[in-house]
Design a binder for this molecule. Structure first.
Ligand code: GDP
Ligand code: MG
Length: 139
């Protein structure tokens, strides 16, 4: 059973030159990159993407951060792709939660600037793929 997930290589990771490193880890894990695009997110897309966090204290700065410069949006496919990418990413806080060996654990210092996003469920993945790659929306 193959699965799809939506990944963002966030503006901090792009600015720091980690696109190749992160895509390399995705490829070495065995996940298939089925869509890939460098773009700067408009505020409405960022707000929809993070709608579940509206009202949280970090929400305004999160939107500012995500729209602050180019990011890489990608769709990955593979067996258990959602959990597999979240394993590669590590926990949300790069110091308190992410383990060494994960993307966040190896390269991050702050909860907000944690390099990557990965969908957290099949429902989120389908919603996020439809948002970032409308032509790939599920039927
Ligand atoms: P994720 O699914 O692991 O990305 O984490 P969440 O869905 O809980 O949060 C979404 C994003 O908001 C995270 O990836 C961080 O960039 C940011 N974030 C989460 N928690 C905090 C926090 O406590 N402080 C700040 N400044 N940002 C946070
Ligand atoms: Mg999340």
């Amino acid at each position: 059973m193959t699965e799809r997930t939506l990944v963002l290589i966030k503006p901090d990771a792009v600015a720091r030159g980690y696109v190749g490193e992160i895509l390399g880890r995705i490829e070495r894990k065995g996940l298939t990159i089925s869509a890939l695009d460098l773009r700067t997110a408009p505020t409405d897309v960022a707000a929809t993407h993070y709608a579940e966090h509206e009202g949280r204290p970090f929400y305004p700065s999160l939107l500012e951060f995500i729209t602050s410069g180019p990011l890489v949006a990608a769709v990955l496919e593979g067996p258990r792709a959602i959990a597999a990418f979240r394993q590669l990413a590590g926990g949300t806080d790069p110091v308190e939660k992410a383990l060494p060996g994960t993307i966040r654990g190896d390269f991050g210092l702050e909860a907000q600037h944690n390099l990557v996003h990965g969908s957290d469920s099949v429902e989120s993945a389908e919603r996020e793929i439809g948002l970032w790659f409308p032509h790939l929306a599920s039927r």
